[in-house]
Design a protein around this ligand. Sequence first.
Ligand code: PLP
Length: 434
Amino acid sequence: MRFLSTRDAAPTADLVQVLQAGLAPDGGLYLAEHIPVLEPDAFAGAHTPAQVGARLLAPYFAGSALESGLSMLCDEAFAQSIPLHALRGAGDHVLELFHGPSAAFKDIGARFLAAALARLRMPDDPLRTILVATSGDTGGAVAAAFHRRAGFRVLILYPQEGVAPRQARQLGAFDGNVQAYRVDGTFDDCQRMVKAALGDAELRTRVALGSANSISLGRLLPQAGYYAWAALTHWRGTGRALSFVVPTGNLGNALAAVIARRMGLPIARIVLACNANDTLPRYFAGEPYATWPGRRTLANAMDVGAPSNFERLRALYSNDAALRADLSAFTVDDDAIVATLHAAAAHHGIEPCPHTATALHVLERLRAQDERGDYAVVATAHPAKFAEVVEPVFGHAVAVPEALARWLARPSHSLPLTADDAALRALLLADPSC
Ligand SMILES: *Cc1c(COP(=O)(O)O)cnc(C)c1O
């Protein structure tokens, strides 16, 4: 399989180049040159998320250096429980993606990418520094995925005022090859600093850099695996297609659902739940696409005004009308998030995180409009990660899952960093190898 940039100005690339590069050299995002459609019997005998994921991804890996390792990569990426259970309302379900090491769905894609890069590493390769800018969940997932992997170190940049206290603790809790830096600026500053370093050709001749952000196809593709598994499991059990409501920020998670549906899986509707950052709801309501600065909300991992994967989503459709016909998006403000958190236990029988609450709220709205069919709300994080938001609403403490508790029990340590491209450059050059 060959891969193309969304901007069409870069040469086509093979899978290994795509996984190692992250971003295409023309600044675009990689997509497979065509999305393969699988026959239903392609999944015969595949029952676990890892097995379904390996069948789904096989066409992308065919002929690459990773072809024979694909099922092992899937075993590693999907080594967490991924329950799909029924909720209280008829036809309502939840797909829980938060049982991994950092208690957010990003663990699955991050572990797949880390395992793939580790497998591609040659014995003489220099130590590779993975740079991540994070407003919370990405940093924890990427750090956990690369922690103690020989040949890699991770530098996490997070805005010192912009992440939840428990997220900050977790980011600082990795020892050894992971170092967290608290930047005296915003998430946008962190992202700009990382982009400047990755785009600095001279710096890259002196320090081996890598990225693992959500535009990397190596994080996106494996996410299609859990949608395929959930839809297939539901279809095998009921004979019906499943629809998904996906809490959405940069569109990486929802795009994986779109890819799984394109590949022939029995997925009906895909609905995006956004917080007050309503770039996508406005577009899907018919307005021209326009981005905005991100605004802070209670669902902070979705505080995105310029969804980075929109370019990729748009490239999958011949025009705006076709895209708008295939997806829908709704905005959920903080008041509605709080109201949903408050009533979720009584209405649905679960206590969600604020991000998952946006999706529950959208499902409630759809049901109120007589929307039929079976739906799964995608639960993107464990509520304990956002204790300061959910606990006052629930009126009680939320037990911390064991994987997360292990990190939180460790001493947390971060270093200060000035919000300046030159500061990161100097840091990397001062110590290119440790
Ligand atoms: C990252 C994140 C999201 C948004 O996912 P995208 O792929 O950026 O759309 C939603 N919820 C949680 C908990 C997240 O960490």
